[in-house]
Structures are given as structure tokens and as C-alpha cells.
Design a protein around this ligand. Structure first.
Ligand code: ADE
Length: 283
């Protein structure tokens, strides 16, 4: 990795942010590794630029190359600012989640269309501060066009053991401790489908930075509402490893689709809803 160049020839508009169990993308040719300084520090890991047919893809490991950042320690602002600064416009993120519903079984994929913020406001969650005032809409936190691409890809892999629930409400909790049983039941009563610790503030910052963003979730456990068992990391890793091949295949199929000329608009999509123009200086 140290020997990879720090420059690349073609623009990079699409990024994958990998989470637990997806700390690298195999089968692509790495052509550069960038570790840009941003006003919010360095990203969690160097951004790998991968050659994919006619286009380049960026890959960033959210928790660091050695999974050294706990969910509350992830440098989300630096991650998003770094991707934006190299030209990225669309982000497909990946996350392991607990299931809050019987029909979402471990190893199923879920494409949330809503999120409930249960982080505790202790993670830096906005670029707007220190005299830079702005507001963005977040009623629909995920990108419908990216979601449609993921749905199409998953449908074509149905016979291959890929099960995708094509909507749902994600609860993003603070962690690093898992929920209590009472909390888990409460999230179910709220209509929660799945739960994780990492989609916020990532998705909010992506919106502020005008990036289209969709998270693909993979269920690794039933949280603690369903049995007397506790959730534990071994359980999460066991299912993650068991299904990592499908996770990589699904992300690969999505990248194949996004690199087609008909999705050029998506690669350059913008969700600017209103703020102080030019207020954010990413580099
Ligand atoms: N990530 C994976 N499983 C989880 C759970 N049950 N709660 C929160 N985050 C998770």
C-alpha cells in the first residue's frame, strides 16, 4: 500500500465506505492510495482508488485498516470531507446491523429508507459551526436512485442466496455497548427494522456535503429482544464472515451498474437542499 501512487488519471465520483466485515474490496486493481489532510483531520484509513473498467472507485474503511476506531471514535467529518475533496459525489456505505424484526434473519440484507437518531450528540455531527450557519433537509435520509440500483442488483442475485428487504427503518444508537432488552423492545414498538452504531452522523454529513448516500445493511444478529441471550461480538463476526462473500458480490454488482454510462448522472448527483453557498471549504 505504501508503494501505491498518490495520483490517478480519471476522476472518481463513486465511493464505497466499508464497515465491519467489509474492510476491503477484492478483485479490483488498486491504482492509488490517498491520505488527505482535511480541516477535520485525516480520514479513518487511506482512500484506495480502484480501477473498475472505464471508471475509478474510491474505497474507505470506516473503522480504519485495523478496525481501530470504535463507532463513537470514527472521524466522520474527515471521512466525508476527504471523499468530497477528491471528487466523490455518490456513496454506497455498508454496515452490520442487528435485526429488530422476525422476518429479517441473520445474513439478510436490508436497504433502509429511514433512520432514527439515537446517538447522543457526543459525536461531531455537522460541518456547520463556528459562524458557518446552514440547514439541510433530511426528511428522506437516503438516496432513492442509489437504492433502486441496489434493489435491481439484489433481485438478480435472489437465486444465489441473497435476500434483500427493500425498505425499513434503521435505528442508529450510540454504543459501544449493545442495547438493553427494554430499549430493544422500545425500538421495535417504534417500528424499527434494524439497529447499528455507525450510519449517523455519516449520512447527515454526506447530505451536508452534497453527496448522495445509501447504506446497505447486513443482519448479523437478532439484537436482544428475541431471546434471553445477549448480543456479542463473536455472533456478529460469525455471521459477517459467513456472508462476506455475498456482501462483496452485492457491492460488486452495484459498482458494475453504477459504472454504466446510464448512471453517469448518479455519479454526479447532488442533493443540495439549501445552505450557505460555498460555506464549506473541504480543502
Ligand atoms: N451491529 C450489529 N449488531 C448490532 C446490534 N444488535 N446493535 C447495534 N449495533 C449492531
Amino acid at each position: 500500500m505504501a508503494s501505491l501512487p498518490t495520483t490517478f488519471d480519471k476522476p472518481v465520483h463513486i465511493a464505497v465506505i466499508g464497515g465491519t466485515g467489509l474492510s476491503q474490496l477484492e478483485g479490483y486493481i488498486p491504482i492509488a492510495a490517498l491520505n488527505p489532510d482535511t480541516p477535520w483531520g485525516k480520514p479513518a484509513s487511506p482512500i484506495h482508488i480502484l480501477s473498475h473498467g472505464d471508471i475509478n472507485i474510491a474505497f474507505l474503511a470506516r473503522h480504519g485498516l485495523h478496525h481501530q476506531f470504535a463507532p463513537h471514535e470514527v472521524p466522520n467529518r474527515a471521512n466525508i470531507a476527504a471523499l468530497r475533496s477528491i471528487g466523490v459525489r455518490s456513496v454506497v456505505a455498508f454496515s452490520a446491523v442487528g435485526s429488530l424484526q422476525e422476518e429479517i434473519k441473520p445474513m439478510d440484507f436490508v436497504l433502509p429508507d429511514q433512520v432514527i437518531d439515537r446517538t447522543k450528540g457526543i459525536r461531531p455531527f455537522t460541518f456547520y459551526e463556528g459562524g458557518v450557519v446552514g440547514h439541510v433537509g433530511f426528511a428522506d435520509p437516503f438516496d432513492k436512485k442509489l437504492a433502486d440500483v441496489v434493489k435491481t442488483c439484489a433481485a438478480s442475485m435472489e437465486g444465489d442466496g441473497v435476500v434483500l428487504h427493500d425498505k425499513g427503518t434503521l435505528i442508529c444508537m450510540e454504543g459501544p455497548q449493545f442495547s438493553t432488552r427494554a430499549e430493544s423492545h422500545m425500538y421495535r414498538s417504534w417500528g424499527g427494522s434494524v439497529i447499528n452504531m455507525s450510519t449517523l452522523p455519516e449520512a447527515k454529513l454526506a447530505r451536508e456535503a452534497e453527496l448522495s448516500y445509501q447504506v446497505i445493511c447486513m443482519a448479523t444478529d437478532y439484537d436482544c429482544w428475541r431471546s434471553t441471550e445477549d448480543v456479542n461480538v463473536e455472533m456478529v463476526i460469525k455471521y459477517m464472515q459467513a456472508n462476506s462473500k455475498n456482501a462483496k458480490r452485492l457491492v460488486g454488482a452495484v459498482l458494475d451498474q453504477l459504472s454504466k454510462p446510464e448512471h453517469k448522472d448518479l455519479a454526479a448527483a447532488s442533493h443540495w437542499v439549501g445552505s450557505v453557498e460555498g460555506a464549506i471549504k473541504f480543502m
